[in-house]
Design a protein around this ligand. Sequence first.
Ligand code: NAD
Length: 354
Amino acid sequence: MSRIAVLSGDGVGPEICSRAVEVLSSVCRDFVFTEGLIGGAAIDAYGCPLPEETIRLCRESDGILLGAVGGPRWDREPSHRRPEKALLGLRKEFELFANLRPIVTHAPLISSSPLRKEIVAEGIDILIIRELNGGIYYGPRERKEDPSGCVATDTEIYTTGEIERIAHTAFRMARKRKGKVTSVDKANVLESSRLWRETLESIAGEYPDVILEHMYVDNCAMQIIQDPSRFDVIVTNNMFGDILSDEASVITGSIGMLPSASIGTGTFGLYEPVHGSAPDIAGKDTANPIAAILSAAMMLRVSFGMMKEARAIEEAVRLVLEKGYRTRDIMSDGCIQVGTEEMGDLIRRNIVAD
Ligand code: NAD
């Protein structure tokens, strides 16, 4: 029996998480799901976005399924009590240093991509691996007055150990895919990027079956749009990964399609859609639950090694899209529009037992 902490959070979080839990229950009866509060919902109940009760629940679980946090109601909270602080807290608490974001185009949705059809026609399958525990988002920061005015400083810090562990994750993942790692940095300018590049080079020899290439982040931002099919695994630091993965996400047509996983060295992981709490559509039964459902499939594959069940869910998503069912965000002419709940039901009913 495996225990899963379900942290639905705010906005559309509860609607999409329920659909993902239903799908997981339909492929495996051995999961025990326990709900915990996070984000704005936890601020309302406990006065903080990541209560000790929730951390304890996660510690006693084998994996975390998360919806999304945040919303206008909590926008005036002081920065240490913002809902989004809970995500940083979970990543640090469980040393989830690698954020995996698959960017995959689904054939029936090719027309929803803003890129020209011939660029996406052969199918895009990129895995972006973003370092999640270090870099400029965690380095020392300061704001001070001096005679010239206000001076603000943020600091990018990486240690060899932090770079090595994310590099090993990237090489191992590439081995199971097409065997190519593109390491993205700004080594022509930044010292931290030079260390990043040297460290990647120093361990590449342990993976002779994987090709390593280096690319500057500005070039990568162009290549993702011009020639996305050239990439297999992209590995990069916290800030570059944040920006590049959002850029790449639009290729697939809707943010409502994109799953993610945050993992450390073991099998424990946090699985969540890439999108936020979408307060503009919360409670309207219009949110696309596919990102959450595909995140659940990632959980099966990465944390529980349940490849067959993960594939069955992904295949059900493909079938439902092929049959023309769409939520509002991916709707196009000639398709059948369905709500969040019906999309979840359709996916569940299209799972084919092996
Ligand atoms: P968002 O991702 O919530 O929404 C952006 C747009 O995408 C909106 O138009 C929304 O309706 C649409 N959208 C998002 N998910 C969708 C889905 N499943 N189906 C259909 N359409 C979908 O980003 P935002 O509006 O910038 O942020 C809203 C709140 O979410 C903010 O408080 C922000 O801080 C928070 N946020 C949380 C996370 C997280 O929990 N991981 C990530 C990003 C933003």
